[in-house]
Design a protein around this ligand. Structure first.
Ligand SMILES: CCCCCCCCCCCCCC(=O)CC(=O)SCCNC(=O)CCNC(=O)[C@H](O)C(C)(C)COP(=O)(O)OP(=O)(O)OC[C@H]1O[C@@H](n2cnc3c(N)ncnc32)[C@H](O)[C@@H]1OP(=O)(O)O
Ligand SMILES: NC(=O)C1=CN([C@@H]2O[C@H](COP(=O)(O)OP(=O)(O)OC[C@H]3O[C@@H](n4cnc5c(N)ncnc54)[C@H](O)[C@@H]3O)[C@@H](O)[C@H]2O)C=CC1
Length: 716
């Protein structure tokens, strides 16, 4: 709804009232339309101020309404009526003015913002475009180039940047509403002609065609296969080439092509899932709303390798004091240089950091409230570190392990307070990547989980609480995906062909490019530890079978050749030299694969792109269903958020579980059955019980899966 009051000085005040973010639901649109007519009709009213309650102007259209039939007054005529009116309307912006909220403000004749406000047109992140005139008014206000940047990225801009760009007219550090009212009084009666953005001509780059072409190329590169960014470019292009009314028509046509698209549904699902995972719970009954997180002011990071450095930077940037620990002076010095360089690179425009100390002495941890261990992925080494930490740190210190998949409970068992041990699985680079898997063991206390989840939020991460099993959620599901990729090479595919299929699906990088980037030795070490390769393998065991199932030794063979990926200048691909980034298909790899197939009597065949996708992705999805069955993830949303934020799953495809629902669970089941029949020695291709049950329950929408999961779990 919207509230209306007349305040002294002939000002009408319209307040959007729809907590928490004053989204423009049908009731709010109706409220604005009615109160505006009232203000226009009242001869005593000389100017109008539009604001939002509870410190937020407006978070945009009500996204929840998009799933159903739209009703109530349209946003476009409402905003047009504000702009066309003869009485000046001033937007008083506090908190956020996003999407339809900013479009509403752009329809007003003046915009006054609080210095802490943020504005933006984030519709592209929901698979849409700003279709309430945003693509037509913003270019007319700030020029085509700046508008295109905002609209195609969806980024939020600070009030200061908004002022520089010309989006807002004035900033205030004090009472926004008071300043807006005073301002409205001062401009009442002045002509409004040039304040109506629809009447302006946008400032355009000299060579408009090539500018727009360049923009298309850029958005296609940035979000492979995503429709909305392209539609945004076309709509903004229309602002430059068409009169306002025709531009608006084009905006509506382009919006119609996106509004009910699968991509928009997927992106909106991601929006709500990201918020849902914050309302975590564990099987033992711990919950986000009942467990109180501990405040963390002082932390330690053990091990300043690839991960520890980024973790230390993340903590420092959240204002937490850090003691950084390494084994010897040489390693410490390397860590110190790396952390300092990262901090310097990120220093511009950032807030103040917490204090930082480097040491090789664990005794320095006598006052820390939280420790994140990031030493080698070796259970024995980690156990030893946890024993030492338990002896040195205060008894109530939260001890976290940044392991890729080792047993958190075994580490907890090495300490005197196992309930204060959790896994905090960061993703590299840890100061950049947004995901944090918080792993609770059987004895982790609600406070420990809550503190780690809250810490993640403070570090700007999306935290997902998951159960303890090898690889947790993300890496556990990755295993069958990687395995299929290797099997496909055995059967006749080339690395670049597999990668191309995955990249066309929307991944920024295919599986083999990623492997080269992360280093093939990472997986090699894990496989050695698991007894799949190296001295742990039983003598006489076939190279293509391990532990009673099909195995591909291909990545091990590459490592044995010293081909560890980008860092050695060669891996699945060839690089200009060690550390170079551009991957080129390597004739060596092709002939190596050919010889391997000959040696093992494998008849190569042409592997269709569809098969590459189905085998890699459905094997991963199938494991996702098992993760749900086992209670390691609470719901499909947790898995999808992990994959979108941690593994580069294309966001416009919603995540693996959402994708399965979109393809149709019956189809996924059918294809898995088909491939399992063809490859009975790959147990991961055998459809999971939960997938079968969901299909038998009539393929319910993903929001209903939790009910079926509960039933399946109770029967297992
Ligand atoms: C064939 C058909 C023809 C097609 C024609 C169709 C014509 C349709 C015309 C429509 C034209 C409209 C065009 C348009 O401009 C569309 C939009 O405006 S889309 C919305 C754009 N806005 C956003 O993307 C902002 C989203 N929100 C946020 O980024 C954050 O929530 C925000 C920064 C505002 C606040 O962050 P924070 O404080 O961290 O709180 P939360 O994120 O946890 O949110 C709290 C709570 O509020 C819910 N919520 C937030 N925003 C919205 C929203 N816009 N609509 C609905 N609900 C919203 C959020 O989900 C949280 O609730 P939970 O219950 O926890 O989920
Ligand atoms: N590299 C990656 O992309 C990711 C790694 N991880 C996990 O993070 C952990 C660390 O991995 P990386 O940083 O890649 O390893 P790394 O090999 O780059 O660094 C490990 C560091 O720990 C130090 N160290 C070893 N024992 C120590 C001890 N007792 N006390 C203090 N320091 C000690 C080593 O000197 C080294 O600098 C591993 O468990 C790994 O599985 C998790 C996610 C991603």
């Amino acid at each position: 709804m919207a509230r209306y009051v007349r305040i002294p000085g002939s000002i009408a005040l319209i307040t959007l009232a729809n907590p928490p973010v004053n989204a423009l639901s049908a009731a709010v649109r109706r409220g604005i339309t009615e109160t505006l007519s009232r203000a226009i009709a009242d001869p005593e009213v000389k100017a109008v101020v539009l604001c939002g309650e509870n410190g937020n102007f407006c978070g945009g259209a009500d996204i929840k309404e998009f799933a159903g039939p739209m009703s109530g007054p349209g946003l476009v005529p409402m905003i047009d009526a504000i702009e066309a009116g003869e009485k000046p309307v001033v937007a008083a912006i506090e908190g956020v003015a996003l999407g339809g909220g900013l479009e509403l403000a752009l329809g007003c004749h003046y915009r006054i913002a609080h210095c802490k406000a943020r504005v933006g047109l984030p519709e592209v992140t929901l698979g849409l475009l700003p279709a309430a005139g945003g693509t037509q008014r913003l270019p007319r206000l700030i020029g085509l180039s700046a508008a295109l940047d905002l609209i195609t990225t969806g980024r939020h801009v600070s009030a200061q940047e908004a002022l520089q760009l010309g989006i807002v007219d004035r900033l205030t550090e004090g009472d926004t509403l008071g300043v807006a009212v005073e301002f409205a009084q001062s401009i009442a009666g002045q002509p409004l002609g040039s304040r109506r953005l629809s009447t302006r001509t946008p400032a355009c780059p000299a060579d408009l065609d090539s500018f727009l072409q360049g923009a298309l190329v850029q958005v296609r590169r940035r979000a492979r296969g995503a429709m909305a960014p392209e539609a945004c470019v076309r709509a903004v292009g229309a602002a430059a080439t068409l009169p306002y009314s025709q531009g608006m028509q084009r905006e509506q046509e382009l919006m119609a092509s996106l509004f009910r698209s699968a991509q928009a549904r997927a992106l909106q699902y991601c929006f709500f899932s990201q918020r849902l995972v914050g309302r975590w719970s564990t099987p033992s009954g711990a919950r986000w709303d009942s467990a109180e997180p501990r405040p963390i002011r002082r932390a330690a990071v053990i091990g300043l390798g690839t991960m520890g450095r980024g973790i230390a930077v993340s903590l420092l940037q959240a204002g937490i004091a850090v003691v950084a620990v390494e084994t010897d002076e040489q390693q410490l010095e390397a860590g110190r240089r790396a952390v300092t360089a990262l901090l310097e690179r990120r220093a511009q425009g950032r807030g103040s950091e917490g204090p930082l100390r480097f040491t090789t002495d664990l005794q320095q941890l006598r006052q820390v409230e939280l420790v994140i261990e990031a030493v080698f992925e070796d259970l024995a080494v980690k156990k030893q570190v946890f024993r030492q930490l338990s002896a040195v740190c205060p008894a109530d210190t939260l001890l976290c392990t940044n392991t890729s998949g080792l047993d958190v409970e075994q580490l907890a068992a090495c300490t005197r307070s196992p309930e204060l041990v959790v896994g905090t699985h960061f993703f590299g680079p840890a100061h950049v990547m947004k995901l944090l898997e918080v792993v609770y063991g059987p004895r982790s206390s609600p406070v420990a989980v809550a503190t780690a989840m809250h810490l993640g939020k403070r570090l700007g991460k999306v935290s997902v609480a998951v159960g303890n099993c090898p690889g947790f959620v993300g890496n556990r599901m990755l295993k069958p995906y990687l395995e299929q990729a290797h099997f496909l090479l055995e059967e006749g595919a080339a690395p670049e062909q597999v990668d191309q299929a995955l990249e066309e699906f929307g991944f920024a990088m295919g599986v083999f490019r990623v492997a080269d980037l992360s280093g093939l030795d990472v997986g090699w070490r894990v496989r050695k530890e698991a007894g799949l390769t190296g001295p742990g393998v039983a003598p006489g065991e076939s190279p293509r079978r391990r532990q009673g199932r099909r195995y591909s030794p291909l990545p091990d063979l590459l490592c044995e050749q010293g081909r560890l990926g980008q860092k050695t200048g060669r891996g699945w691909y060839l690089y200009e030299g060690p550390g170079a980034r551009e991957a080129r298909p390597d004739p060596w790899t092709h002939s190596f694969l050919q010889q391997y197939r000959q040696q093992h009597g494998l008849q190569p065949r042409a592997v269709p792109q569809q098969e590459v996708l189905e085998r890699c992705l459905y094997a991963l999805i199938n494991e996702g269903f098992r993760v749900l069955e086992d209670g390691i993830a609470t719901g499909p949303e947790d898995i999808d958020i992990i994959y979108v934020f941690g593994y580069g799953w294309p966001r416009h495809r919603g995540g693996p579980m959402f994708h399965a629902g979109a393809v149709g669970l019956a189809t996924v089941l059918d294809r898995l059955e088909h491939y399992h029949h063809a490859h009975p020695d790959i147990p991961n291709l055998q459809p999971s019980a939960l997938l079968r049950r969901l299909v038998a329950s009539g393929n319910p929408p993903i929001q209903k899966w939790r009910e079926v999961i509960r039933r399946v779990r109770s029967q297992l």
